[in-house]
Design a binder for this molecule. Structure first.
Ligand SMILES: [Zn+2]
Length: 488
């Protein structure tokens, strides 16, 4: 019987507030180490936290956008544990009364739509960062101490790596649409912990392990596959899975045991005596709800209806707000929105992912959060029209697109200047065909004798004779006629 994986995700998202959650230090990424710190976020004795209201606002907004019940009253608890990057030896979090519970979202995967439950969303503070340096040993940067986070805990509803990535992408899409976080995985503003167990369907869940701080979609996917295979191997050998935290190593593609998993009792949670309960009034809730823009699912449905796109295509185009905005602008200028969608999802995504792969190879972080294309929507629409009208063929279209990526240019102008328009007038095409048949008499003879498979090779040669610019459909029609006439 096959083993089914059962996955729950815990996603930590840094909120894009000006200042930290319990002090007025600035919450910025990439500053000189230890320049945005004060007695509160360094955990000095006697310092008192003051809650940043903006954090409540953003967390509630995320709660509404993720279909959750946002509570009027929530409060903070201390989660006690020692770690070198946590100077207070406790983290301020929400355990007993989180800001939000019972949310959900839907994802589209290759097997269709699925609803995934969200158990809770709570507010907490981030820890500092340990920098491991060969020369100086381990250094501590406390700039990140006290940066506001929300933790989004899913139900164990996820059953495959594809679903996990789709869920993560959807959470990221929604949070960037509502503007509460930039969700840059390569800068750590969105991090994911994966809880995974395996079982036989309809039997109780197995013992789960946790993999912490995965920081790219790819590592989430690979870590899930590696841990699933490990657990299957362990159980098939008759051994037992141990509840523990494991580390996924990108280099070996395997997971390694780090420590036995703590239970919540180990953290000795108790209400933080320094922080009062936080309250959201009905009026505040209405204001926050009113700020929520059209979310990806609504745009997806509109695209399916207005542009006849498939659910999967529409999901991809709405996965990022900038991309959806871009698509809508380009589609507004183009004769065919479907052609713009195809161009974006085909050639444009291919170029973007090739660039990302190059960046990864060169050790640069994967640009997970690309926020724009170097091509104006108007020019992409023009290229789409040239393709739709058959004025350039698809291989020429690809060439022009790669030029546009380097320096945004008017594709029509470029095609004119470089004589790239598709050749579709019959007399020119016939000349190319006669030339081809004249230069390849053996192949023409083979065709005449019934070996019709040479037609494809001749088509390639005739296309080359037009320098790749022929309208392929018309060229193929005329070539076929010319070959058939040989057999008569
Ligand atoms: Zn501070």
């Amino acid at each position: 019987m096959s083993w089914e994986m059962v996955i729950g995700l815990e996603i930590h998202v840094e909120l894009q507030t000006e200042s930290k959650v319990f002090c007025s230090c600035r919450a910025v990424f990439g500053a000189e180490p230890n320049t945005h710190v004060c007695p509160v976020c360094m955990g000095l004795p006697g310092a008192l936290p003051v809650f940043n209201e903006r954090v409540l606002h953003y967390a509630a907004k995320a709660g509404f956008a993720l279909n959750g019940s946002v509570h009027h009253r929530s409060r903070f608890d201390r989660k006690n544990y020692f770690y070198p990057d946590l100077p207070k030896a406790y983290q301020i979090s929400q355990f007993y009364q989180p800001i939000c519970e019972n949310g959900w979202l839907t994802v589209q995967t290759s097997v269709g739509e699925k609803k995934i439950g969200i158990t809770r969303i709570h507010i907490e503070e981030d820890a500092g960062k340990l920098l491991h340096d060969e020369k100086n040993g381990t250094l501590l940067d406390m700039n990140r101490c006290g940066v506001p986070l929300i933790e989004i805990v899913s139900e164990p509803d996820i059953r495959s790596a594809e679903e996990a990535v789709a869920y993560l992408r959807k959470v990221r899409a929604i949070l960037t649409y509502i503007g509460v976080s930039d969700c840059k995985m390569n800068e750590g503003s969105l991090r994911c912990d994966v809880n995974l167990s395996i079982h036989h369907p309809n039997e109780p869940f197995g013992v789960r392990t946790e993999m912490k701080n995965l920081n790219s979609f790819q590592s989430v996917e690979r870590a899930i596959k590696a841990e699933y295979e490990r657990q299957v191997a362990v159980l098939e050998c008759g051994e037992e899975i141990v509840q523990e935290t494991r580390r996924y190593d990108q280099k070996t593609g395997k997971t390694y045991s780090m420590r036995r998993k703590e239970n919540s009792a180990d953290y000795r949670y108790f209400p933080d005596p320094d922080l009062p309960e936080v309250v959201l009034t009905d009026e505040q809730m209405d204001e926050i709800r009113a700020e929520i823009p059209t979310l990806p699912d609504m745009r997806r449905e509109a695209y399916m209806k207005n542009y006849s796109l498939s659910a999967y295509a529409a999901e991809q185009l709405t996965s990022e707000r900038w991309l959806a905005d871009y698509f809508e602008q380009a589609a507004g200028h183009a004769k065919s929105a479907t052609s713009v969608a195809n161009l974006l999802q085909g050639e444009v995504f291919a170029i973007l992912s090739a660039r990302a792969a190059d960046a990864e190879k060169n050790g640069a972080p994967t640009p997970e959060g690309a926020v724009s294309l170097p091509i104006s929507p108007e020019n992409l629409a023009k290229l789409s029209d040239l393709l739709v009208e058959g004025r350039v063929n698809s291989s020429t279209g690809k060439k022009i697109l790669s030029v546009m990526f380097v320096g945004d240019c008017d594709p029509e102008e470029y095609a004119r200047r470089h004589a790239l328009f598709a050749v579709s007038d019959d007399s020119t095409l016939r000349v190319a065909i006669e030339q081809t048949l004249g230069q390849n008499p053996d192949m023409a003879e083979s065709y005449r004798r019934g070996k019709t498979t040479v037609e494809r090779a001749l088509m390639g040669k005739a296309m080359a004779a037009t320098k790749g610019k022929a309208d392929p459909e018309r060229l193929s029609e005329l070539l076929h006629k010319a070959l058939e006439s040989l057999t008569k």
